[in-house]
Design a protein around this ligand. Structure first.
Ligand code: PXP
Length: 257
């Protein structure tokens, strides 16, 4: 099926496989350090696509610290793979998403003082901003995912909100994987539980070349979103090669699942 943004759907690209979306925010972070016009995140997206990314993820934050509105418009015009637009519930950003109609939108929590998205959404029963954002994105034909901590309460609430997908926050795993397997087991259980509720399962945050394989082996996970580590490696080898290395790693891990 054609997507909202007119590019081929993931099912046409990768039947049954784990999709790898590359988050290009931190290419814009480098540019914003100088408020200039390089490096261009749209060119990074092109390189990631050439390197084998199944899709491109970006986060337009309320404080516009990295990706800018013009980047979103540029990515919508030039990306050849599905776009995953991460956003909080600010009405102006939801408006922009509905206008450019990416394949997917992932709703995330935002705090101005955080360095990065520190936790999952707190799914409050009376969160009218969240319900309204979900309804508006759905009306625009955009697949909607919620970024959540890997706990059953959040997953139950997401199922009640009737979204098709959730993304499990892998931050706790990323901080503790060297010491013990508890956070990995929590991800495994959450992925299984989310699937049992009929939710498509995505995962991301803090995944690197060293810690991604065990997450990629979780059979219920169908999409990974990885940014900082790939852009960091891209500084040395280029975004295209850095993406291919992550694609190869994920495919090899999934092959051994
Ligand atoms: N998924 C979500 C919802 C995120 O907010 C982020 C960070 O923007 C990522 C994945 C990617 O995290 P990282 O840059 O640590 O790979």
């Amino acid at each position: 099926m054609a997507q909202a943004n007119g590019v081929p759907g993931p099912a046409q690209r990768l039947p049954g496989a784990l999709r790898l979306y590359i988050n290009i925010d931190h290419v814009a972070t480098i540019r914003e350090a100088r408020k200039t016009d390089e490096p261009d995140p749209a060119l990074a997206a092109r390189a990631a696509e050439t390197g084998g990314a199944d899709g491109i993820t970006f986060h337009l934050r309320e404080d516009r610290r990295h990706i800018q509105d013009r980047d979103v418009v540029g990515l919508a015009a030039t990306a050849t793979t599905p776009l995953n637009f991460e956003l909080a519930t600010s009405p102006d950003i939801v408006d922009l998403a509905c206008r450019i109609r990416p394949h997917q939108a992932t709703l995330v929590p935002e705090r101005r003082t955080e360095v990065t998205t520190e936790g999952g959404l707190a799914l409050d029963r009376n969160d009218s901003a969240l319900s309204s954002a979900i309804a508006r994105l759905k009306d625009a034909g955009i697949r909607t995912s919620l970024f959540l901590s890997p706990d059953t309460r959040s997953l139950d609430r997401a199922a009640e909100l009737t979204v098709p997908a959730i993304e499990l926050h892998t931050g706790r795993y990323a901080h503790t994987w060297r010491d013990n397997d508890a956070a990995l087991e929590q991800l495994r259980e959450a992925a299984r539980y989310a699937r049992s509720l009929g939710l498509a399962v995505h995962a991301g945050h803090g995944l690197t070349y060293l810690n991604t394989a065990p997450v990629a082996r979780i059979a219920e996970i169908e999409e990974l979103n990885i940014g900082h580590s790939v852009v960091s490696r891209g500084v040395f080898v280029g975004i295209e090669r850095a993406t291919t290395e992550m694609v190869d790693l994920v495919r090899a891990a999934r092959g051994k699942a």
